[in-house]
Design a protein around this ligand. Structure first.
Ligand code: G4P
Ligand code: NA
Ligand code: NA
Length: 189
């Protein structure tokens, strides 16, 4: 997606060799018109898939997922990251996710109320790196006997294993900006 690639080239900052900071328009401050354009592009890509819900993982996926869901005319469900075992009264599906980039883990959590075996779910997230977060979301969807329509991400780091891992499980992955490498602190698409 041209507008996103241009924004990354203009405002993205490469840190520690392999992390792209996009705090100015995705992760901290949010460029709302760009998120709307992103949502429209996601919806256009997946519109023939019979999607019944959009899922995202808190927190940075929420803005683009919101516009995607609006465009598709379906509900948005935000999967929660919990640090401890769930003590709520609601019935939940949970699965452990390990983040290599941030060296942490959390329990990805979905209340059973917000999914049924009739759902066909599109997952939207900001980054695809190792694919652990997306794989966790897929585990939750499958626990509920629902199906996965695909994964849409704003930015994938194509040199990390996420994309290949997911496609090898039959998941369709759409990346609006695909980073092949970082060379001398610069993004190469
Ligand atoms: P994975 O889900 O693909 O396995 O990714 P990984 O665990 O490696 O990434 C963990 C977190 O780091 C995710 O955010 C992911 O979006 C983010 N991340 C990975 N690579 C980059 C990068 O190059 N730049 C930026 N800005 N973020 C990156 P999260 O912990 O889920 O947090 P949130 O931002 O959604 O709240
Ligand atoms: Na994220
Ligand atoms: Na993130």
């Amino acid at each position: 997606m041209k507008a996103l690639e241009e924004k990354i080239l203009q405002e993205g900052v490469v840190v520690d060799g392999d992390i792209l900071k996009v705090d100015g328009f995705v992760n901290h401050q949010v460029d709302v018109p760009l998120m709307e354009e992103i949502g429209k592009d996601m919806a256009e890509h997946f519109k023939e898939q019979g999607i019944t819900k959009v899922f995202t993982i808190e927190s940075s996926g929420i803005a683009p997922a919101l516009f995607t869901a609006k465009e598709l005319g379906v509900p948005l469900v935000i999967l929660k990251k919990q640090q401890t075992a769930d003590s709520l009264k609601t019935e939940v599906w949970q699965t452990e996710v390990v983040s290599y980039t941030k060296d942490t883990s959390y329990r990805l959590t979905l209340a059973k109320n917000y999914i049924s075996d009739e759902d066909h779910v599109l997952i939207i997230d900001d980054f695809l790196a190792n694919g652990e977060a997306a794989t966790g979301a897929i585990r939750l969807i499958r626990k509920a006997h629902a199906t996965v329509a695909g994964l849409g991400v704003l930015i994938e780091k194509a040199f990390q294993p996420g994309h290949e891992k997911l496609e090898s499980q039959g998941i369709h992955v759409y990346a609006q900006a695909s980073i092949q490498a970082f060379e001398d602190g610069k993004v190469v698409f």
